[in-house]
Design a protein around this ligand. Structure first.
Ligand SMILES: [Zn+2]
Ligand SMILES: [Zn+2]
Length: 292
């Protein structure tokens, strides 16, 4: 009670003081304020950055294996004897790094031949590389590899998750352990990222839009910033970054955009004017010459 009175007294004194100042110096204070508002503001100059400022450019990134000379199609290498191919191996590739046909997905070039079918829950195609002898499942390097659950069931659960069903609710509906569902979703997400990186390369864009918006994520205590990079013409979402609203996050988005575009490409960028875009864009695109 005593404390309350004490604060009340101080509040009254402060209020009275402010009123006295206003009565005596009010006009003068208003004039100062008007003068200060009229004063031309000094423009803040932002300094362009270089790739050395981007932590992602500085981190080591192994380059994709590039071939110095094109390989001879396997059908030209092998003898004419033997049955012609009756199955489609387009899109599959030998994953033996030592093989001459490593990473080649074209059915007309690679050396993949059928190695029968396996699997208990459902039939899974197996491939054999005729060039190096490597045998592998058609599901290798996919989210379904070595899963005991049939692919149809996994697809059902993943669709429900994509539609916003909670993991706990999904567990009750489909009768799978929550950890199992989380693992499937994680594998699906990682595979989606790899697909994005594989297909969205060497993109040509004349106008690029970058923006960031704040949101709440379920089970996440803090607000999350979603950084997006969209091609203005096609509306394709080429780059997405989740994080905070720092310089590093700006670099993360623009670095990702740069990976998707053709190397010599310099589109027009439009943004909300947030200065982190200026830093990240100058770090990744163009050269700056400081005149003496
Ligand atoms: Zn970078
Ligand atoms: Zn091979």
């Amino acid at each position: 009670m005593r404390n309350k009175t004490h604060w009340l007294e101080w509040g009254l004194i402060a209020g009275l003081g402010a009123e006295v100042i206003r009565l005596h110096y009010g006009k003068q204070l208003r004039r100062w304020w008007e003068e200060w508002k009229q004063k031309p503001k000094r423009k803040r100059h932002l300094h362009p950055r270089t790739p050395e400022d981007c932590p992602f450019c500085q981190a080591y990134e192994p380059a994709c294996p590039t071939r110095s000379s094109p390989v001879r199609p396997w059908r030209e290498v092998k003898s004419r004897a033997g049955r012609p191919k009756t199955y489609d191996s387009e899109g599959y590739w030998c994953d033996n790094p030592a093989c001459e046909y490593y990473g080649i997905t074209e059915a007309g070039i690679h050396a993949l031949v059928s190695d029968g079918w396996r699997g208990k829950a459902e039939r899974i195609r197996r491939w054999r590389c005729a060039a190096c002898g490597n045998r592998f499942s058609a599901w290798r390097h996919t989210p379904l590899y070595r899963l005991k659950t049939p692919s149809r069931r996994v697809a059902e659960v993943m669709t429900a998750m994509a539609e916003g069903v909670d993991t706990a609710a999904g567990s009750r509906i489909f009768n799978h352990h929550p950890n199992t569902i989380t693992r499937w979703v994680q594998r699906g997400g990682q595979h989606g990222q790899r697909l994005h990186e594989h297909f969205f390369r060497q993109i040509r864009s004349g106008h690029f839009q970058v923006d960031e918006l704040v949101t709440k994520v379920r089970h996440h205590p803090k607000r999350v910033w979603v950084w997006t990079g969209i091609d203005a013409e096609t509306k394709v979402l080429l780059a997405l970054h989740l994080g905070r609203r720092t310089r590093e996050d700006g670099h993360a988005l623009v670095h990702e955009v740069k990976q998707r575009l053709t190397p010599e490409q310099l589109p027009v960028f439009s943004s909300d004017g947030f200065q982190q875009y200026f830093y990240a864009l100058t770090a990744h695109f163009g050269h700056f010459i400081i005149e003496p």
